[in-house]
Design a protein around this ligand. Structure first.
Ligand SMILES: Nc1nc2c(c(=O)[nH]1)N[C@H]1C(S)=C(S)[C@@H](COP(=O)(O)OP(=O)(O)OC[C@H]3O[C@@H](n4cnc5c(=O)[nH]c(N)nc54)[C@H](O)[C@@H]3O)O[C@H]1N2
Ligand SMILES: Nc1nc2c(c(=O)[nH]1)N[C@H]1C(S)=C(S)[C@@H](COP(=O)(O)OP(=O)(O)OC[C@H]3O[C@@H](n4cnc5c(=O)[nH]c(N)nc54)[C@H](O)[C@@H]3O)O[C@H]1N2
Ligand code: SF4
Ligand SMILES: [Mo]
Length: 914
């Protein structure tokens, strides 16, 4: 394996990657978040359910996991290699030609400009095996460490914080700790929406064991609604809060002096630094904008609760001081010895399904491989293991720097795999413009069209998608699980690791003769143990000799798994054993807290960006599910009532959100969740799914000095109101090309395409647009000039092919959706399209809350009014919340609001007015 064979003939494409199609149910792992839930897919994937035996979820799935079956269609899939033509169009090419072009292109750029002129940009959604081969090719054979990943935007601050404190990138705890803790502190984490199955574990602990939940967030999320104590902190205030906590723990004798003495270094000087940052609770209240009583309540609870887990996510990582925030949290756990013990640990919640696997492989530009860095010893060790001709000897460029180097023309060839940087990088317009300068721009993806591909990719390589590909992923608790194929690979799609291997071989490199993902995994496992001798935390030497059959049957297992072992360890560091040279954990003094940007008169608001419950990132998969689309269908900006008034923005209207980098037009949602001066917008919509909602274009590109992670949650911004003469919708059997002066967003609907629109188009222009889209003579139409309404439908053989409705205020499309789903419409149904009323009972159920059973807010409110006061009672009565449970926090909120007899602000973004 290590010696490598001679490169095969240039036109040999490895055949070893045909995915097995299962006739029986297949156990696999969910492709979405870092919880890493086990799933079971029935033959043909008609059904995807939770795996009762998987220790991450014990059968539970959230709304996204439950809808997996709906997202497996081949619409929009990239099935063949494609090449950009002179006229800008794409044409199919065969694999031989595509691989030759990639290999020769990379070779040409390296020969002319050196290895630093090429780069690969990877993703936490790739499998460990994909990552391994890409990393080996770049860092051992091409000789450049310009390999980075979207994890830079996601977990990089945690990686850097772990390395500083523990000497290695290790999550010390296990999910069981969330069941066993007496206090769970969530910092910058909207777990109810982003790690729903873990959140349910936390809620069960709360119900059954009385654990307390503290949530620290800048916005009152659904997660915050469930907390015993919610600290609505000012952005960037986290370090001050945790420094202040350290000072408090010292002052009130809550430290574990033995642990500090035996296993750590640096406590005294860090305590001094913490006192400078947070001399008193009053000072902390100033710098965090929190009330002193709330701070004191949190500190008191923390001080007296030994079993405390502090779990953190993007509110911590995505900050220009993210690494310091991570260390400020870890300091408090080291100082109390609450680390790697049952129910007691700091706990980073990973974002993507395999962000951890990428970290283990070394897929970040500042690590070499298998938890080794660029010290001479490591470079030599990895060189010998790989038998590598040209080792990278220093760190490569991190994501944001990488795109800057592309813009400057220094990087000339780029290969993007499994990520959509034109949408997800900060200052995304600049990133997209940079791509246009590349001499060679390759994209490996599952889809034919996304904002990155449409930025001018020269060569598209079709990768196998979830359900087709096969390999391993690691979740937030260091648990390695198998993703297994249960669908045939469609078209000519291939695994990413096989594509990288073929390009490597065509570049003339030996050591890429992998026959299967198991082959790659064994080599990766062997490298982790190679001359390790306990020096490196990541050691899965026990898996280096798995047979193919054992790899196929591999059960979810936590690392480390040393040679001779098959079962790993659940927790680390309870008795020291850190991976720094002196084997001690390190206290790290954070810098004085501050944000990278200042507010100005022109940009007086802070723009926070993040996720919603039922969409995943740039929506390439969840965006295909009509069920998931019903939760929050449109891109929106959320703001508090005082800011809405100050800037003249109305709930349900539109707002232009602008920053120094770009602007978007979004539906305005006014709620009590946003404090004055702070607005929020989700990251999911792109140029594929909306006219003007690619939020990455608005985000400032300033990064953390240690991790290189951008501050994605606090860009200075301004909102201005926008009004359109008409808004409404189209339901069409075919995709529609809407003119530039129409604001639109595409919504997944069954058997067609839904568009929500708004515009000042003149009547004649609307009419022309409708005529073109209708493509039928069988049309019914209503034009009500007094009320300024416009509605109608076009039919072929009594089936509605196009339904539209336009009005000054956005009309509801519930009835139209129902009629659109019918094979034929009778006369009264036709007329009901125009009247908006029908004999059919279409209930106006309000905004959707429960995706699994399609239950809306009004029905839940009615059940509450009938005396059902718990989520389980409501589940029994109307099923809402009784399947995946992702909506339970929202149901609880409705119960709470109605008990308080207040009115609820709902999450609706539809802007549909009754
Ligand atoms: N539904 C859904 N789930 C997902 C994903 C998805 O796309 N959709 N993506 C997955 C991925 S890759 C990731 S990385 C995770 C992310 O999971 P989370 O980190 O939970 O999600 P975010 O919405 O990005 O941000 C978390 C919270 O940080 C808060 N915040 C912002 N600034 C600050 C601050 O200065 N201090 C504090 N304390 N809080 C702050 C925000 O208000 C927000 O509520 O979710 C994963 N799960
Ligand atoms: N403003 C702002 N920006 C952010 C964030 C934020 O909170 N705010 N969050 C950041 C975070 S945490 C993350 S993780 C990123 C996510 O951002 P991205 O990684 O850009 O988003 P995705 O939509 O997940 O892109 C995945 C792409 O890979 C393709 N794909 C999926 N599986 C495979 C596969 O197996 N092989 C190949 N070759 N392709 C595949 C999909 O079709 C899709 O085009 O966004 C970051 N950007
Ligand atoms: S919590 Fe949901 S998205 Fe995350 S892995 Fe589990 S089912 Fe998938
Ligand atoms: Mo992420």
């Amino acid at each position: 394996m290590l010696d490598g064979v001679l490169a095969p003939a240039p036109h040999d494409i490895s055949q070893a990657d045909a995915s097995p199609v299962q006739a029986t149910a297949t156990r696999s792992t969910c492709p979405y978040c870092g919880v890493g839930c086990g799933v079971i897919a029935s033959p043909g994937a008609k059904d995807v359910v939770g795996d009762p035996a998987h220790p991450a979820n014990f059968a539970r799935l959230c709304s996204k996991g439950s809808a997996l079956g709906e997202t497996l269609g081949l619409d929009g899939r990239l099935l063949y290699p494609m090449r950009r033509q002179a006229d800008g169009g794409l044409a199919q090419v065969n694999w031989d030609a595509a691989l030759d072009e990639a290999a020769e292109g990379f070779r040409r750029v390296v020969d002319r400009h050196g290895p630093e002129a090429v780069a690969v940009y990877l993703s936490g959604q790739l499998l460990t095996e994909d990552y391994y081969v890409a990393n080996k090719l770049m860092k051992g054979f091409i000789g450049s460490a310009n390999v980075d990943t979207n994890s830079r935007l996601c977990m990089a601050s945690t990686v850097a914080g772990h390395k500083r404190a523990f000497g290695a990138d290790v999550v010390p705890g296990s999910y069981e700790d969330l069941d066993e803790a007496d206090l769970i502190v969530l910092v910058g984490s909207n777990a109810a929406w982003c790690h729903p199955v873990l959140f349910q574990r936390i809620m069960r602990n709360k119900e059954e064991r009385g654990a307390k939940l503290v949530v620290i967030d800048t916005r009152r999320t659904v997660t915050a609604e469930s907390a015993d104590l919610f600290l609505q902190i000012a952005p960037g205030g986290d370090q001050a809060l945790f420094c202040s906590l350290l000072v408090y723990l010292d002052k009130f004798g809550a430290l574990d002096a033995d642990y500090i003495r035996q296993y750590t270094t640096g406590f005294e000087s860090v305590l001094t630094a913490a006192r400078n940052i947070a001399p008193s609770i009053e000072a902390t209240a100033m710098s965090t904008q929190l009330r002193e009583v709330d701070i004191a309540a949190f500190f008191e609870l923390f001080a007296r609760t030994t079993r405390t887990v502090t779990a953190f996510s993007q509110g911590v990582n995505q900050s220009a001081q993210g690494t310091d925030k991570v260390n400020a949290i870890i300091n408090c756990h080291l100082a109390t010895g609450r680390i790697g013990k049952p129910g007691a640990s700091p706990f980073s919640l990973t974002g993507q399904p395999n962000a951890m696997g990428g970290r283990e492989v070394g897929g970040l530009a500042n690590s070499l491989a298998a938890h080794m860095g660029f010290d001479a010893g490591s470079v030599d060790r990895v060189r010998r293991f790989w038998n590598a001709p040209r080792m990278a000897k220093r760190e490569g460029l991190k994501a944001v720097q990488m795109f800057d180097a592309i813009a400057r023309g220094e990087i000339k060839a780029l290969w993007v795999v499994g990520t959509n940087p034109s949408a997800s990088l900060p200052n995304a317009n600049a990133a997209r413009a940079a791509l246009a300068k590349l001499e060679l721009f390759i994209v490996s993806d599952n889809v034919m069209s996304n904002d990155t591909i449409n930025g001018g990719a020269h060569l598209l390589l079709p990768a196998q998608a979830w359900g087709e590909k096969s390999g391993t992923v690691t979740n937030s608790e260091r648990r390695i699980s198998r993703q297994r194929a249960f669908l045939p690979a469609p078209g000519e799609t291939r695994p990413d690791w096989a594509i990288f291997s073929d390009v490597a071989r065509r570049m003339g490199f030996a050591g890429f003769d992998f026959r299967s993902s198991a082959d790659v995994f064994r080599e990766h496992a062997a490298l982790s143990a190679f001359e390790n001798k306990g020096a490196r935390a990541f050691n899965i030497g026990g898996l280096a000799r798995l047979s193919d059959a054992e790899y196929d049957a591999f059960e979810p297992t936590q690392w480390p798994i040393h040679a001779g072992e098959r079962i790993g360890r659940e927790r680390l560091f309870a008795q020291g054993g850190f991976f720094s040279p002196d084997r001690r954990g390190k206290f790290i003094a954070p810098a004085k807290p501050g944000l990278a940007t200042k507010l100005t008169e022109d940009f007086p608001l802070r723009l926070n960006t993040g996720r919603i419950r039922d969409q995943w990132h740039t929506m390439t998969r969840t965006g295909l599910s009509p069920r998931l689309a019903r939760h929050l269908a449109e891109p929106f900006v959320e703001l508090g009532a005082s800011d809405a008034e100050r800037f003249g923005v109305e709930h349900g209207g539109f707002a232009r959100v602008a920053t120094p980098y770009g602007d978007c037009v979004l539906r305005a949602v006014v709620t009590d969740r946003q404090p004055a001066g702070h607005i929020f917008a989700p990251i999911h919509w792109t140029d594929e799914t909306a006219a003007h909602a690619r939020i990455g274009a608005l985000v400032a590109p300033f990064v953390d000095p240690f991790s290189g992670q951008p501050e994605a949650k606090a860009t200075p911004a301004i909102v201005t109101p926008l009004r359109f003469a008409r808004q409404g919708f189209f339901l069409s059997r075919k995709p529609m090309a809407l003119p530039r002066d129409v604001w639109w967003t595409r919504v997944a609907v069954a058997d067609g395409f839904g568009y929500r629109v708004a515009s000042d188009l003149k009547d004649d222009d609307w009419a022309a647009l409708i005529r073109a889209a209708a493509a039928s003579d069988d049309v019914i139409e209503l034009i009500d000039e007094t009320r300024n309404l416009f509605s109608g439908a076009a039919f072929v053989d009594e089936r509605a092919m196009l339904i539209w409705s336009l009005a000054p205020l956005s009309p509801s499309w519930d009835l139209a959706l129902e009629l659109f789903s019918l094979e034929r419409l009778d006369r009264s149904e036709r007329l009901s399209i125009l009247s908006g009323r029908s004999g059919r009972q279409v209930e106006d159920d309000g905004p959707l809350v429960c995706s699994c059973f399609g239950v809306g807010q009004k029905k839940i409110e009615a059940a509450i009014a009938q005396g059902r006061r718990s989520t389980s009672d409501i589940g029994k009565a109307i099923r809402a919340g009784s399947n995946c449970g992702s909506c339970r926090p929202e149901i609880e909120r409705l119960i709470k609001v109605s008990s308080a007899a207040g009115s609820s602000t709902n999450w609706t973004t539809t802007g549909q007015h009754a």
